[in-house]
Design a protein around this ligand. Structure first.
Ligand code: ADP
Length: 317
């Protein structure tokens, strides 16, 4: 089952889970539209051919959805009844923070084995160095910023480019490093200080005619529009523009890294079930597969590497 926001590489994970399960003599069923399909019984038996020719495709062939009903005990009971009716003994849930939170509650409530895979472009799950979809999204951001840079430098403009990342600045910070942007405004730091005025005081544009700043979409940062409005008011001499990358960042063919990682994690999910592991998320730390208890993956805030901020500052003078 895939659930929540889609991420490139989810199909590679579905493929690996399916094939590894069949390889190990299990039967596999695909659940469509996340927890919604689990409640309504939108389920199909999967053979190896069902996952042919999907490794290179973005999105998820199982579709995904957000399901408010699963947040209620009644909804989860219906989901449990579907699993029993379908004779499904264990669930592999691929999704982000919300999906794994739901999985954890469900697993505890019904003493049911669930293994999670971290599928989100935000990279905001604790206990894994990277999540499925993050690398592809980062590459998409880099390509978009490269294009915007042409206009920024032709017109001597200050561009605020908004990228995804709800409560986490991984995409904004690493996207800025990869694309040679001047700065990144991210929730982790914005909570502590006014990054925008810091940035301007530091001498934005002193040595350059154009500047690009990546802003994580978040209430804390105020997003790219918030930053642009402030600059227009406080520093009217800047020629400011805003680009919001939006859902562009989610789509596209997964990168080699995402395909490889999703495949490794998918196989690891079946290994975990064979080892009687339950209620764990598969993670990768220092290239090694690890099992992270749901409670840790969800509850803990994954720290960003603050050294990267300094590197960004040094490399953009
Ligand atoms: P993501 O998995 O990408 O973070 P969401 O936050 O939308 O996406 O979560 C996906 C789904 O997981 C929700 O629509 C809901 O069905 C389920 N979910 C999220 N939080 C909870 C919760 N606290 N209890 C039960 N189910 C939840």
């Amino acid at each position: 089952m895939t659930s929540g926001g889609d991420a490139p590489g989810m199909n590679a994970a579905i493929r690996a889970v399916t094939r590894s399960a069949i390889y190990n003599g299990m039967k596999v069923k695909g659940i469509y539209r996340g927890y919604k399909g689990l409640i309504t019984g939108e389920i199909e038996e999967f053979k190896t051919q069902n996952v042919s020719n999907i490794i290179q495709r973005g999105g998820t062939i199982l579709k995904t959805a957000r399901c408010m009903e699963f947040k209620t005990p009644e909804g989860r009971k219906l989901a449990y009844e579907t699993l029993q009716k379908e004779e499904i003994d264990a669930l592999v849930a691929i999704g982000g923070d919300g999906t794994l939170t739901g999985a954890r509650i469900f697993a505890q409530e019904f003493n049911y084995p669930v293994v999670g895979l971290p599928g989100t472009i935000d990279n905001d799950l604790f206990g894994t160095d990277v999540t499925i979809g993050y690398d592809t999204a980062l590459n998409t951001i880099m390509e978009c910023v490269d294009k915007i840079r042409d206009t920024a430098s032709s017109h001597d403009r200050l561009f605020f480019i908004e990228v995804m990342g709800r409560d986490a600045g991984f995409l904004a910070l690493n996207g800025a490093l990869a694309s040679g942007a001047e700065a990144a405004i991210i929730p982790e730091i914005s909570k502590e200080k006014d990054q925008l005025s810091d940035m301007i005081e530091f001498g934005l544009r002193t040595s350059k005619n154009s500047s690009i700043v990546l802003v994580a979409e978040s209430e804390v940062t105020g997003g790219a529009i918030g930053a642009a409005e402030r600059v227009k008011k406080e520093y009217p001499n800047f020629d400011v523009r805003v680009t919001i990358l939006g859902h562009l960042q989610r789509g596209g063919s997964p990168s080699a890294q995402d395909r490889i990682m999703a495949t490794r994690m998918g196989v690891a999910a079946i290994d975990a079930l064979l080892e009687d592991q339950r209620n764990v998320m598969i993670g990768i730390q220092n290239e090694q597969i690890v099992y992270v208890p749901f409670s840790k993956a969800i509850r803990n805030e994954k720290p960003i590497n603050r050294d990267l901020l300094n590197i960004l500052r040094i490399s953009s003078i």
